[in-house]
Design a protein around this ligand. Structure first.
Ligand SMILES: N[C@@H](CCC(=O)N[C@@H](CSS)C(=O)NCC(=O)O)C(=O)O
Length: 241
């Protein structure tokens, strides 16, 4: 029976986690939320593991770093970039709520989890007897959640997404976020239901908390948004000017 290939990779400038998920028998794989700065490192690892990456997936149009999807084309010719059809961004393929992405014996279900941005999705992975995993992007962070103060953000929408689409998953589901700023690496649905004090608040209190986070804008936002809407391709950005 297939075993899951799983790698959690870190990009330190933006505290971003990139994930590689594959099937050790068929070698089919995806990479989730790659960063331009670490594309060569990730491609080297993929080559060492003998994986055939079908999709380079972004959970959303990131504001804090430039996606690695374009940079990876040089190394991974079979990989198609993919983004939610609600994101407004450019990609080879688009996905939507309820789509299934097959990776050998495993399935990734696309769960639309808007709120941080309109086009945010999470990927729920199961199959071959594994404890299920969910890649939550910037929707659920460990003991927190994504900010909602730019890029069509809405704290009401985020709260609904998380309570309806993430906190209804089996409690043992392991949560892998797109960022952590304190060195934590994973959580679970049960753990967040016990300790995520922000999301355990009533909706009205949550909205109040989110309106008063007072976080500085991400340092790279002005460069990152146009690049990520263009799938990380600087030539496309320049030609559109
Ligand atoms: N300092 C970082 C940006 C930190 C930040 O704003 N993180 C976002 C996700 S990336 S847009 C967020 O939602 N944070 C929520 C939180 O509670 O920290 C930079 O300059 O890039």
């Amino acid at each position: 029976m297939s075993k899951l290939v799983f790698k959690q990779l870190f990009e330190a400038e933006s505290s971003t986690y990139t994930y590689i998920v594959g099937d050790d028998v068929t070698k089919e794989a995806v990479i989730i939320d790659p960063v331009d700065l670490t594309a060569a490192r990730d491609a080297h690892l993929i080559e060492e593991l003998g994986l055939d990456v079908k999709y380079a997936l972004n959970t959303h149009v990131h504001a804090d770093h430039i996606t690695g999807t374009h940079a990876l084309r040089e190394y991974l010719p079979n990989a198609k970039s993919a983004l939610s059809e609600r994101s407004g961004g450019r990609a080879d393929v688009y996905f939507k709520q309820g789509d299934h992405i097959r990776i050998g014996g495993f399935t990734l279900d696309v769960l639309e989890t808007p709120g941080h941005t309109d086009g945010c999705v999470s990927f729920y992975v199961y199959g071959c007897g594994i404890v299920p995993l969910v890649f939550t992007g910037d929707a659920v962070l460990i003991r927190g959640c994504g900010r909602t103060d730019f890029q069509q953000g809405s704290s009401e929408v985020l709260y609904k997404s998380i309570w309806e689409r993430i906190f209804t998953l089996p409690r043992e589901t392991i949560i892998y976020p797109a960022h952590d700023y304190k060195g934590l690496t994973s959580s679970s649905v049960g753990e967040e239901l016990a300790y995520n004090t922000r999301l355990l608040k009533k909706k009205e209190e949550f909205v109040e908390v989110m309106a008063n986070l007072n976080l500085p804008y991400p340092k790279k936002i002005d460069a990152a948004l146009p690049m990520n809407l263009a799938d990380g391709d600087v030539k496309y950005v320049q030609n559109s000017k």
